[in-house]
Design a protein around this ligand. Structure first.
Ligand SMILES: O=C[C@H](O)COP(=O)(O)O
Length: 323
């Protein structure tokens, strides 16, 4: 994916934003109740979801060894026999692996080392959260230094968090300038994903505006949540962000990616997001270049569902390895 060059802050565009809450909620309800995926294609859709996962560990008890194990899980996400039953084989060009590993800055080095050992550093991206994750309430200089540190350690993607207080008090210009500096700290070969923490932005109008400002400042992806807010990734937030991505693309010709994250634990949740992106942004967005799911627990449920699809048997989740 190319880097989003961004554009000048367009306050006129922001000030004219209108969001029809009942239309968004109706659309969300329709998307969640419709069944557009035929059951014979479910396995293919679940594999697609798997390849879009940013496999995440963001715990206070993370260790270098559990990060290394997670990297192995990203590289070999399914048991070999299950994968073969689905028509794939592990090997140098096997496409079935997660898109990225997402960790704290202090664990980037472990993830880089583990993926290099597996020969996957170029294929599975190392993403690091940064900028005072999850609150974003640190002095700007220290937030920028965190980005520089993670990049120096070898991160290829930086998931920054925005300072929500700037949205809640309408300081769009400050938000834009901070994000521009963060993008600059990422450098030209690292992608920036902007976590909006949508559950803390007050209303959907602010979600749309924050999405626009993040894209104008050069974010390559916009991401719903940190996973630590009381309200995380929801379909109405996703719809508003897709509308903003579409509008930005129409005006500036650049495709920004979407990353829902936080509380996405089941295959059904993942499929709802895939359907939403397919319907609102189109098939072109359904690749890891433009769509990611940030999740710590989803992979286990996908594995469970694929096992059931292949064998017709329901198996206990505890029989599957860490995801
Ligand atoms: O960025 C990813 C999120 O922190 C993951 O949230 P989760 O643990 O609820 O899946």
């Amino acid at each position: 994916m190319d880097n989003n060059p961004g554009c000048e802050l367009d306050l006129g565009w922001l000030n004219n934003v209108q969001i029809n809450l009942s239309a968004i909620n109706r659309r969300a309800a329709n998307l969640q109740s419709s069944r557009p995926l035929k059951s014979e294609y479910q396995a293919a859709w679940l594999l697609k979801a798997l390849t879009c996962i940013d496999l995440t560990t963001l715990g206070g008890d993370d260790t270098n060894s559990n990060v290394s194990r997670l990297c192995f899980k990203a590289f070999r996400p399914l048991p070999e026999d299950l994968l073969q039953s689905l028509g794939f084989q592990y090997g140098p060009n096997c496409p079935i692996h997660t898109a990225a590993i997402c960790v704290y800055p202090s664990k980037v080095q472990s993830a880089v080392d583990a993926l290099k050992k597996l020969g996957m550093y170029d294929k599975i991206k190392v993403a690091s959260v940064a900028t005072g994750f999850p609150s974003g309430q640190m002095p700007l200089q220290s937030r920028l230094m965190e980005i520089q540190y993670a990049v120096e350690m070898g991160a290829k993607e930086i998931d920054i968090v925005i300072d929500r207080s700037l949205v809640l008090t309408g300081q769009w210009e400050t938000l834009y300038k901070e994000l521009q500096q963060m993008k600059q700290a990422c450098g030209s070969s690292v992608h920036m994903k902007a976590i909006l923490a949508t559950g803390e932005l007050g209303n959907l109008r602010n979600v749309y505006k924050a999405s626009l400002v993040a894209m104008m400042a050069g974010s390559d992806f916009i991401k719903t949540s940190t996973g630590k807010e009381a309200l995380n990734a929801t379909i109405p937030f996703g719809i508003v962000m897709c509308l903003a991505i579409n509008d930005y693309y129409k005006r500036h010709g650049f495709k920004v990616g979407l990353k829902p994250a936080g509380g996405i634990r089941t295959s059904k949740d993942a499929l709802s997001w895939l359907v939403m992106v397919k319907e609102l942004l189109g098939d072109e967005w359904l690749t890891p270049k433009l769509f990611r799911i940030g999740a710590s627990g989803l992979l286990t449920d996908i594995e469970h569902n694929l096992y059931q699809y292949v064998t017709g048997c329901i198996n206990a989740t505890y029989e599957f390895s860490m995801g």
